[in-house]
Design a protein around this ligand. Structure first.
Ligand SMILES: O[C@H]1[C@H](O)[C@@H](O)[C@H](O)[C@@H](O)[C@@H]1O
Ligand SMILES: [Fe+2]
Ligand SMILES: [Fe+2]
Length: 312
């Protein structure tokens, strides 16, 4: 069922290369989900003058990004992920609040990202502030955006200082064939799993429709943050947790690969992930957010959805 509700129009806002088109005045309710009509006009080029996620274009970041994917594709194996899940599942690395964690990302620059070379705290706030403008009433979505990349602390010394190939970049399932839509797919041929017959068919060790929850994904900030949020009893809705866990799974949400593993709940949650993705990707900009100015709002959301101290 689709219900149309009148909504006040928002003004046109232009910030650097981010343009928010005038919001349409209709809010579409589909199966209980309020989905504003496509109001966000994404910029066409990134801060380096290229299209977003252009992995082959010659740019100042291209070489480093490709080398990143070479290492990631060789080293992420089924056994490696199992070990990581066990180690980080202990949540014995630190105790701290969510905002404190955001501040730790002040220093970290993501080597896998062709579109942004700013510290990660800026990316968190840029995506949260952009989605907040278009979805003012979905506060869970603002908080989801704020925390979706917090798992990148895995690269910091007190969290094991994992190499970036074990922290960032797009994610993909292990235990089945690597789909060709993965960026720089060619480097998988040097992954030990590539030669393992049990992992080389379309379904591999899984069955169709088994649900993404049963799939072993490459290890990184997504699965780690999902683990942390869940084990600490967050009250974020299931769509928020799904966004956190699969936002780097571009082969699925952008290319439509691996969709045969989804179950009904995944299909519902994927709708929100696709919305979120626009803000995650296209909000990347050289125009920085004033951290102190927006802090009180986000601290209030953290209090609503998380305990004061979180185990990491
Ligand atoms: O380079 C990006 C990284 O910055 C993101 O945090 C991750 O979610 C993406 O999937 C990845 O490709
Ligand atoms: Fe991410
Ligand atoms: Fe992100």
């Amino acid at each position: 069922m689709t219900i149309l509700i009148e909504q006040p129009a928002l003004e046109l806002q232009v910030e650097g290369n981010n343009v928010h088109a005038e919001e349409t005045n209709e809010l579409v309710l589909e199966g209980g989900f309020p989905l504003p009509k496509d109001g966000y006009m994404a910029p066409e080029i990134n801060s380096f003058g290229h299209s977003f996620r252009e992995y082959d274009a010659e740019s100042e970041r291209q070489k480093g990004v490709e080398e990143f994917y070479r290492l990631q594709h060789i080293n992420q194996t089924y056994d490696f992920v199992k070990r990581m899940r066990e180690e980080y599942g202990k949540l014995d690395k630190a105790e701290m609040g969510i905002w404190e964690c955001c501040e730790l990302l002040n220093e970290l620059v993501d080597e896998s990202d062709p579109d942004l070379d700013e510290p990660q705290i800026q990316h968190l706030l840029q995506s949260a502030e952009t989605i907040r403008k278009d979805y003012p009433n979905e506060d869970w979505l603002h908080l989801t955006a704020l925390i979706h990349d917090l798992g990148k602390i895995l690269a910091l010394p007190s969290f094991g200082e994992l190499p970036q190939w074990a922290v960032v970049g797009d994610t993909f399932p292990l235990g089945c064939a690597f789909d060709e839509s993965n960026v720089h797919h060619k480097y998988f041929k040097d992954n030990p799993d590539y030669k393992c017959p049990a992992y080389s068919t379309k379904n591999g060790i899984y069955t169709e429709g088994c649900g993404l929850d049963n799939i072993v994904m490459s290890w990184g900030h997504d699965d780690y943050m999902y683990m942390v949020a869940k084990a600490n009893g967050t009250t974020l809705p299931s769509a928020g947790l799904f966004i956190i866990r699969y936002h780097s799974f571009y082969p699925l949400h952008k290319e439509g690969a691996y969709t045969h593993f989804m179950n009904e709940e995944d299909v519902e949650n994927l709708k929100w992930l696709k919305i979120f993705n626009k803000y995650d990707l296209y909000s990347k900009s050289k125009v920085l957010v004033d951290v102190e100015k927006v802090k009180p709002y986000y601290v209030s959301l953290i209090e609503k959805y998380f305990p004061a101290k979180v185990r990491w």
